[in-house]
Design a binder for this molecule. Structure first.
Ligand SMILES: Cc1ncc(COP(=O)(O)O)c(C=O)c1O
Length: 362
């Protein structure tokens, strides 16, 4: 390449999304394909979202409200906070990128887990961070390891709870102990993309209350998972208005589309859809745990809508063989975890089809 570019790019791998259903059907000549690869909602989305989008369609000649005023107000009301503590983005993906750009200088110390959401790594690398990677402990975050890795010089800490792709979680006590050990000058990014699925009594349900004592923390949420509107791209972050104000300076002014703002407001109102989604997830967990146990496979108990399991043979091969049977899941990858894969919890018939295919493959 003769054109000059940022050398940081040399260390970065492009994000590999879960394979789309149509592509697999076409490539492999299959009629029925199920996708349990991207932690999407198996029930689709709330009916009220459809109505809201149809109504908003009449206005797509207009730019969206760049301040997402009504959406911020809706979120603020739902979570009992002020609207200036909310910043919606084009998925929480966009927020990960904006946070890295806003807070990381070349050489800034950034601490993150070894197996977690991959965009923390690539966005930090892009900004030239000095990365400290904390190894997993039994496929879960090791918060003691984080405490040892974090110094007063640490600029930013990425936390994901429940974690993607392991589904593991850390407790409220562990989180508080960690927050109390961190300098107020260090930014803590706390990603709760899978918050709604967590049922463990020790999972921190009151992260937003912790913001009062820890103004250096940002809480990221998304409507892509439990709320089922991944295709519309909407996440939002809650935290100190001054921190969000800095990020807001570099946000694309119309980052959340008009259709998406309308859809998000409708989705946030539909508690019934959320309950149905979570109940299905719980049933799926029970079924998949029992099946993995029966097959003698090691797996991680999940607080999210996906389960990490050890197939005991090359994960890439298992992934490819499942594809040929019309089931898309995801290898976790990396040399240490090359026999591990992640499967999203689907509807019961999808879970059963996955298990049938997995039994045949193994
Ligand atoms: C932990 C975590 N954070 C953020 C995201 C990004 O979600 P979205 O950009 O769809 O809001 C994902 C998506 O898989 C995720 O797993």
């Amino acid at each position: 390449m003769t054109v000059k570019y940022r050398r940081e790019l040399d260390a970065i791998s492009a994000y590999v999304p879960g394979k789309p259903i149509d592509a697999v059907k076409r490539e492999l000549g299959l009629e029925r394909v199920i996708k349990l690869a991207s932690n999407e909602n198996p029930f689709g989305f709330s009916d009220s979202v459809r109505a809201a989008v149809m109504q908003a369609l009449d206005e797509v000649n207009l730019y969206p409200d760049g301040n997402a005023t009504l959406l911020k107000e809706k979120i603020a009301e739902k979570y009992g906070i002020k609207p200036d503590m909310v910043l919606p983005t084009c998925g929480s993906d966009e927020m990960v990128d904006l946070i890295a750009k806003t807070f990381i200088d070349p050489g800034s110390e950034v601490v993150m887990a070894e197996v977690t959401f991959p965009r923390y790594l690539s966005t930090s690398q892009m900004m030239g961070a000095n990365l400290k990677i904390v190894p997993m402990k039994n496929m879960a975050y090791d918060l003691e390891g984080f405490r040892r890795a974090i110094t007063p010089q640490t600029r930013l800490v990425w936390l994901c709870n429940p974690n993607n792709p392991t589904g593991s979680f850390f407790t409220r006590d562990e989180l508080i102990r960690l927050l109390e050990s961190i300098s107020p000058e260090t930014l803590v990014v706390y990603d709760e993309a899978y918050f709604e699925f967590a049922t463990h009594p020790e999972y921190p349900r009151d992260s937003l209350d912790l913001l009062q004592r820890h103004r250096n923390m940002l809480v990221m949420k998304t409507l892509s998972k439990a709320y089922g509107i991944a295709g519309l791209r909407i996440g939002f972050t809650i935290g100190d208005s001054a921190l969000l104000g800095m990020i807001n300076k570099i946000r694309n002014p119309f980052n959340v589309t008009l259709l998406t703002q309308a859809a998000a407001m409708a989705a946030l109102d539909d508690d019934e859809f959320l309950v149905k989604t979570i109940e299905n997830n719980e049933r799926g967990k029970v079924y998949l745990y029992a099946q993995f146990e029966d097959m003698g496979l090691n797996f991680v108990k999940t607080e999210a809508n996906h389960i990490a399991f050890d197939a005991g043979k090359d994960g890439e091969v298992v992934f490819q063989e499942l594809l040929r049977k019309g089931v898309i899941i995801r290898p976790i990858g990396g040399t240490k975890y090359d026999t591990w894969l992640r499967v999203s919890i689907g509807k019961m018939e999808e879970n059963q089809a996955f298990i049938k295919a997995l039994r045949e493959v193994l």
